[in-house]
Design a protein around this ligand. Sequence first.
Ligand code: NAP
Length: 219
Amino acid sequence: MNGIRTIGLIGAGNIGSQIARLALARGYDVVISNSRGPETLSALVAELGPKARAATAVEAAKAGDIVVVAAPLKSYRAVPVEPLVGKIVIDANNYYPERDGHIRELDNESTTTSELLQAHLRGAKVVKAFNHIRAAAITADARPAGTSNRRALAIAGDDRAAKATVRRLLDEFGFDTLDAGLLKEGWRFQRDTPAYGPRRTAHALRRDLALARRTQIDE
Ligand SMILES: NC(=O)c1ccc[n+]([C@@H]2O[C@H](COP(=O)([O-])OP(=O)(O)OC[C@H]3O[C@@H](n4cnc5c(N)ncnc54)[C@H](OP(=O)(O)O)[C@@H]3O)[C@@H](O)[C@H]2O)c1
C-alpha cells in the first residue's frame, strides 16, 4: 500500500505472529517484538523468513509505518509513546480481568480498552481492529477482495483518515471491514458480545454490533 512498507508489532504471541504471517504473505516487511527481548524470537523469525526481524518494542514502534499492539492489555502502559506520535496504531487488545487484573474504568464501563490505549499514546492514531477474530482464523479466513461471503472485521477509531488506511490494509490482507464508529463504540465487539469470535460477513456483523449490550463486571 502507498507509503506503508513495514508493519511493526508489539507482541509476538498468538495474534502478533499471525498478523506478521499475513503481512509477510502480502509483501510487507515485519519488525516484531515481545517483552523478553529479540533474542527470544529467533525461532519465530526463522520461520517467518528474511523479510521479518526481531527487535525491541521501541525499535518495532520506530520501524513500523503502521504498528500493531498485540500484547496483553495489562501491559498497555509499556507501549512506547514517543516513537508512535503521528502514527497509526492498530489495537488488537481485549480485556480479560482474570489475566489482566481488574481495571476499574473497564469494569464499570466508563471507558473502553482502546480509549485507554489512546489516552496513553498521546499523538498516535489508534484504530481498534483484529479484536473479535481468533488468532488461527487471521490466516485461515483471509480471502481476496470480491470473494462472496468474505469475512468482515469491525474497526473503530477517532481519526477518519487513519480508519480509511486501516480499511485499505485489511482489504489487502483479506477482509471486509465494518466501521463501528468512534473508539468509544469499540465495546460493541469486545468480549462477550455477539460479534466476538464467529465468522461474519459485513451484513451479519452489522446486526451483531447492533445487538451488543454493555455489561458491568462485579469485582
Ligand atoms: N489469541 C487470540 O485469539 C486473540 C484474538 C483477538 C485478540 N486477542 C488479544 O490480543 C492480545 C494478545 O493476545 P495473544 O493471544 O497474542 O497473547 P499471547 O500469545 O500471550 O502473546 C502476548 C505477546 O505480548 C508480548 N508482550 C507482553 N508484554 C509486552 C511488552 N511490554 N512489550 C512488548 N511485548 C509484550 C509477549 O511477550 P513475552 O512472551 O516475551 O512476554 C507475547 O509475545 C490480548 O489483548 C488478547 O486478548 C487475542
